[in-house]
Design a protein around this ligand. Structure first.
Ligand code: ADP
Ligand code: MG
Ligand code: MG
Length: 250
C-alpha cells in the first residue's frame, strides 16, 4: 500500500497566497475527488505537488510513502511514483507519441524496456482507450483534438503505472462516449498499488469513476469532506450553501 500525505500546504503565485493550508491524505486503492468553484486553487494544488516553478510552497509538507516530495526535483517526483495530467497538455513537435512514452517509462522506472515488449503493451492500451491506431506515430499532442489529448494523458497513465495520479479536469472537452471510456479506464487502474486525486469542476466524470472520498475546496482550503452524497448535493445546490453553512464569506 502507498500513501500520499499533504499537510498544511500553503502556496503562493507571484507573491499572492492561493493555497491557505491544505490537508489531504490519500491511500492507494482510494479515489479522492476535489471539487470546488472556479479559481479556488484546485489546479494550483496539482501544479504545486508536481513542482511547477511558478508555484512557491511557503509552508507545509507533502509525503509520498514517507518521503518529502517537496524537496524533490520534478523528475524525482515522477520517479517516486507521482503522475500529473495537466489541464492543458503541451505539444511536443518532432517527438512521436510512442517515442515519448517509451522514453518516459525508461526515465521513471530506470529500466530499459525492449521495443517489442513496449509496442505490444502500448498497442493494447491504445485499443483499450479506443484511440486511433495511427496515434503512436504522430508527434506528441500535435494536432490532437482536446478529447484526444485527454485520452492520451490516460494512455500515459496506463503505460507509466505510477502510485498516485493527480488528474485535473480530465473531463473537459470529452464527449459522453469518451467520458465513459476514460472513466472506465481510470477506474480499472485503481487497486492496492494505485490511488488518485480527481480534480473536477463538474460531477459528470464521477458517474464513471466512483470516488471513495469527496472534498470541497473553497478559497484555497478544503472546507468540507465526505462521501458521494456530497456530489449530488453540489449538483443540485451548487457551492453557495457550503459558504452559508460554514459561515465563509468573501
Ligand atoms: P481552480 O483550478 O480551482 O479553478 P486555480 O488553481 O487555477 O483555480 O487558480 C487559483 C487562483 O490562482 C486564481 O485566482 C488564479 O487566477 C490564480 N492563478 C492561477 N495560476 C496563476 C498564474 N500562473 N499566475 C497568476 N495567478 C494564477
Ligand atoms: Mg480553473
Ligand atoms: Mg483548475
Amino acid at each position: 500500500m502507498a500513501k500520499l500525505e499533504i499537510i498544511n500546504l500553503h502556496v503562493e503565485i507571484e507573491g499572492k497566497e492561493i493555497l491557505k493550508g491544505v490537508n489531504l491524505s490519500v491511500n492507494s486503492g482510494e479515489v479522492h475527488a476535489i471539487m470546488g468553484p472556479n479559481g479556488t486553487g484546485k489546479s494550483t494544488l496539482a501544479s504545486a505537488l508536481m513542482g511547477h516553478p511558478k508555484y512557491e510552497v511557503t509552508a507545509g509538507e507533502a509525503y509520498l510513502d514517507g518521503e518529502n516530495i517537496l524537496d524533490m526535483e520534478v523528475d524525482e517526483r515522477a520517479r517516486a511514483g507521482l503522475f500529473l495530467a495537466m489541464q492543458y497538455p503541451a505539444e511536443v513537435p518532432g517527438v512521436t507519441n510512442s517515442d515519448f512514452m517509451r522514453q518516459a517509462v525508461r526515465a521513471t522506472s530506470g529500466k530499459d524496456i525492449g521495443l517489442f515488449e513496449f509496442a505490444v503493451s502500448y498497442e493494447k492500451q491504445v485499443e483499450e482507450l479506443k484511440m486511433r491506431p495511427d496515434l503512436a506515430h504522430r508527434y506528441l499532442n500535435e494536432g490532437f483534438s482536446g478529447g484526444e489529448r485527454k485520452r492520451n494523458e490516460i494512455l500515459q497513465l496506463k503505460v507509466l503505472k505510477p502510485k498516485f495520479a493527480i488528474l485535473d479536469e480530465i473531463d473537459s472537452g470529452l464527449d459522453v462516449d469518451a467520458l465513459k471510456i476514460v472513466g472506465e479506464n481510470v477506474s480499472s487502474l485503481v487497486n492496492s498499488e494505485f490511488g488518485c486525486i480527481l480534480i473536477t469542476h463538474y460531477q459528470r466524470i464521477l458517474d464513471h469513476i466512483k470516488p471513495t472520498n469527496v472534498h470541497i475546496m473553497i478559497d484555497g482550503k478544503i472546507v468540507l469532506s465526505g462521501g458521494q452524497e456530497l456530489i449530488e448535493k453540489i449538483d443540485q445546490n451548487g457551492y453557495l450553501w457550503i459558504k452559508d453553512e460554514l459561515g465563509i464569506d468573501y
